[in-house]
Design a protein around this ligand. Structure first.
Ligand code: ADP
Length: 485
């Protein structure tokens, strides 16, 4: 039975359009919340990929405020795709661009991103205020800077409005725009000062959300604590400290249907916790795919990542001697910074058969790495939640993670006590330096060579609950407490 309606506002949602973890969350949460009696509608921009996936839509006229701000006409399409109930803002001159939702083909930000996502947020606020009656949400859940103005527009609206939440998926992306855009976006002067959305002389769409939402969540308890510090607060720690009484850390789950080793058609061999030996077939297949030596004994380390400073890929490059020293192999799937791509290509060329890479974004290869590598490396300098270590747990690939953010919260380090108690699921290291990562890689290789210990860790990893069940329950509890307040 549904007793609460929630509008989710996001700039991407799996499987329609995805550039990162936000899409996974926005795509999975509505389905998980349905079990908690919550009906979630998701407002998305009308990218061609989204509109192309919809059929049997109902089209509504846009509110005048949205048309005026957008500077042109459009429609609001209502429809369902694969269990998601969608409200899609079809304004072709703003969103009718295929490919990456934020970047032009030359890799630079679309110059009108402030307007594109401001209009999305304006639409969300209009829905919150009842413009799609009879579907009026009891609460609005905005995600990241792209939806950051939603709580601000709701705060501007006269009369009562439903409560709002903003979730920070990554505080590093503040949605900075020129302050002069404030007028185009219809923001009053009182919102454009230091106590509003002004951010070091610019306008931050994320800051607007953090300032005006009734509650703030981020995607792990540890990251919720880290972002209160000057080191990881990205200039917003002062505001976050002032609002820490409404800040909550709720871990992400993963889609356990899409990521299920026992039914994964993208693997050479499907397997479950009772048949991990079948991973050997996947390992051989991954080694072939990455042009690595077909050596079943070598500990095979994997990396599936955006190639960026955040993800510590440069640190990994410096720790490669330790990986090679202990007989390891490395399979990299990633794309991103040109310098890091070049460094990985060079390393692969210098160590043929030991280091392999697939540069690009490829879902099938991501599954092949998770199902075939022995250990998955996640050496992030900061990590709000991280999803790849959760996939790794489910696939019995032992996560080797930096002790930060969600990585610290989801992986049980194989220290002496955890090994004695038989509960270890992975390896943690700190600080994020080449030396500490090298030591973690060597420690992982030692564990790998102790077959009973390794088998126990794999079994523990695979039995970890990484589903959305627990997180959905926490979101539901928070929604209900806000609606009741
Ligand atoms: P972030 O959102 O910061 O990039 P997360 O770990 O939260 O990091 O989520 C990353 C998501 O993107 C995961 O689903 C991961 O499998 C996927 N991913 C990252 N790089 C690639 C790639 N090159 N090919 C396929 N999937 C990728």
């Amino acid at each position: 039975m549904t007793d609460l309606r929630v509008l989710s506002v996001a700039s991407e949602a799996y499987p329609l359009i995805k550039t990162g973890g936000l899409a996974d969350v926005a795509g999975a949460l509505p389905l998980a919340l349905a079990h908690e009696g919550i009906e979630m509608g998701t407002l998305l921009p009308g990218y061609p990929e989204v509109i192309g996936a919809m059929d049997k839509t109902v089209a509504l006229a846009l509110p005048e405020s949205v048309t005026r701000m957008a500077g042109g006409h459009g429609r609001l399409l209502l429809g369902a795709v694969g269990g998601l109930w969608l409200l899609v803002l079809d304004i072709p001159h703003l969103y009718g661009r295929p490919g990456n939702p934020y970047l032009a083909p030359d890799g630079t930000d679309w110059p009108d991103n402030g307007l594109r996502f401001g209009v999305l947020s304006r639409m969300a606020a209009e829905i919150a205020m009842g413009c799609v009656a009879p579907w009026v949400p009891d609460l609005v859940h905005a995600h990241d800077w792209q939806a950051g103005l939603t709580p601000a527009y709701m705060a501007m609206a006269p009369g009562r409005h439903p409560p709002s939440i903003i979730t920070i998926h990554n505080l590093a992306f503040a949605g900075k725009m020129p302050l002069t855009l404030g007028e185009t976006l219809g923001l009053p002067d009182w919102m454009l000062g230091l106590d509003g959305a002004e951010f070091y002389g610019d306008l931050s769409l994320l800051k607007a959300g953090l300032r005006y939402a009734d509650a703030i969540t981020t995607v792990s308890p540890s990251y919720a604590a880290e972002i209160l510090t000057p080191e990881w607060g990205m200039g917003l720690d002062g505001l976050l400290r002032a609002r820490s009484h409404v800040l909550h850390g709720i871990l992400n789950g993963i889609d356990i249907q899409a990521w299920n080793p026992s039914s994964d058609r993208l693997l050479a061999a499907a397997y479950d916790a009772g048949h991990v030996a079948a991973r050997a077939t996947n390992k051989a297949s991954l080694q072939a795919m990455m042009a690595l030596e077909l050596n079943p004994q070598a500990p095979l380390f994997g990396l599936v990542s955006r190639l960026s400073w955040q993800k510590g890929v440069d640190v990994l490059m410096q720790a490669l001697p330790a990986l090679l020293e202990c007989g390891g192999q490395l399979a990299v799937l990633g794309n991103g910074d040109a310098e890091l791509v070049a460094a990985i290509r060079t390393a692969a060329a210098e160590h043929p058969g030991r280091i392999g890479c697939f540069i690009g974004y490829n879902e099938a290869v991501a599954h092949a790495v998770q199902g075939g590598c022995d250990a998955l490396l996640v050496p992030s300098r900061f990590e709000p939640c991280g999803l790849t270590q959760l996939y790794a747990l489910r696939y019995g690939a032992i996560p080797v993670v930096a002790r930060v953010g969600g990585l610290a919260d989801t992986v049980i380090d194989a220290n002496v006590m955890a090994l004695n108690a038989g509960v270890a699921t992975g390896v943690q290291f700190a600080p994020v330096t080449p030396t500490a990562l090298a030591a973690a890689i060597t420690r992982t290789a030692t564990l790998y060579n102790d077959k009973p210990v390794w088998a126990r860790m794999q079994a523990n990893a695979m039995s970890t609950d990484v589903s959305w069940r627990g997180p959905a329950r926490e979101y539901a509890r928070l929604y209900r407490s806000l609606v009741a307040a």
